[in-house]
Design a protein around this ligand. Structure first.
Ligand code: COD
Ligand code: ATP
Length: 318
């Protein structure tokens, strides 16, 4: 796997947000800055255009119940909850990792309620709430413990927090209650839980190196995000795709992404036309790679994390 390129910024770098409580710094500025970062990541994701089957500025993809404005309203409603995860993590830093999920789940459920209230009952960010709940709680814990806070450290802490989640929630007896649980029973897909338990391995070893290499080569942000998204689409076992199109739908989407990557990806001669044609093909099949969209926002957040910790919150570009 290509190596990571972002700087690994450690407490000694003494950025305004980096010093933990041992220096008396309060967690609130950190929580606010990271909530801004995640909202920025969610809005960059939905604005990235075109994305096959997903809501973007070209169309609403395979969705009739949500558009860009729905995602903007949802992201704004989630900002307090995202800050709450960081504050929670800092407050429970002494707890062992296996005790964290139980503390975080009520915050996650409150976020889901805030999302549904802001969207009129539409699921815009359920997967993102789960992923970022883990990520932000992990950051709060590392920061409070005065430990290094970079992409690798955060992913390792997420893996520790989510350890055993698949066995506990997907292998349990009884009727499946969600698409994710049904897909595990039928096809062994572990979805958001498996990705979390792996420490966001698909992001860490696939999307993030592609994103950072493209940026280091001078590509603009949207091109770098598009390149990372293509790798996610090719490699991520996205249960949204399988829930909508069956295992065949997931295979169709991944094979199409692999073909586009083999043709040069974002540098393919007819890239834009091919991506729009793929968008139309996904819509015709009611396919939506929502999980990969969530992970794209996670990749952006992990990439920007060291910079936000050192330089403060991102400019609100929306
Ligand atoms: C854990 C949750 C999200 C699992 O939901 P579900 O059973 O539907 O799982 P499933 O894996 O199918 O997908 C949930 C969502 O995750 C995203 N997703 C799907 N596949 C993937 C994947 N491979 N990788 C990452 N995200 C994915 C999609 O957006 C999807 O809508 C949910 O059951 C839950 O517990 N929500 C409560 C909030 C919570 O737990 N918060 C914790 C904060 S730490
Ligand atoms: N730009 C995007 N467009 C659509 N979905 C996205 C986007 N970004 C992220 N997602 C993710 O995809 C999920 C929505 O996908 P989907 O609508 O298939 O899920 P669902 O609501 O469980 O299914 P259904 O709408 O069929 O009930 C959201 O939970 C969100 O996490």
């Amino acid at each position: 796997m290509p190596g990571r390129l972002a700087p690994s910024i450690r407490p000694r770098d003494a950025g305004p947000l980096l010093r933990g409580p041992h220096s008396g710094a309060a967690v609130a500025p950190l929580a606010a800055a990271l909530a801004d970062l995640v909202v920025d990541a969610l809005l960059r994701e939905v604005m990235l255009t075109p994305k096959p089957g997903l809501v973007d500025r070209r169309n609403t993809g395979s969705h009739r119940d949500m558009d860009v404005a729905t995602f903007e309203a949802s992201a704004a409603a989630l900002r307090p909850g995202f800050a709450g995860f960081v504050t929670l993590g800092a407050g429970i830093a002494p707890l062992p990792p296996e005790a964290v999920l139980e503390c975080a789940r009520p915050v996650g459920l409150a976020c889901e309620r805030a999302m549904l209230a802001a969207t009129g009952g539409v699921n815009t960010h359920k997967g993102s709430i789960f992923a970022f709940g883990l990520l932000l709680t992990a950051v709060g814990r590392l920061w409070a413990a005065g430990l290094p806070v970079d992409a690798d450290a955060v992913c390792d802490e997420v893996a520790r927090i989510a350890a055993g989640l698949v066995a506990r929630e997907l292998r349990r007896p009884g009727e499946p209650r969600t698409a994710g649980e049904r897909l595990f029973r039928r096809h062994g897909l572990t979805g958001a839980r498996g990705e979390a338990e792996s420490g966001f391995a698909t992001v860490r070893y696939r999307a993030l190196p592609v994103l950072e290499r493209a940026l280091a080569e001078g590509r603009d942000t949207d091109t770098a995000l598009a390149a990372a998204f293509l790798h996610l689409l090719a490699h991520n076992a996205d249960t949204n795709l399988a829930a909508r199109g069956g295992i065949g739908g997931l295979g169709f989407a991944r094979a199409a992404a692999v073909r586009l990557l083999q043709a040069g990806g974002v540098d393919a001669a007819d890239y834009a036309a091919r991506l729009c044609a793929l968008d139309d093909a996904f819509i015709a099949r009611n396919l939506s790679p929502g999980g990969s969209a969530d992970l794209l926002a996670v990749a952006w957040t992990l990439h920007r994390l060291p910079f936000v910790l050192r330089d403060g919150p991102p400019a609100r570009t929306w």
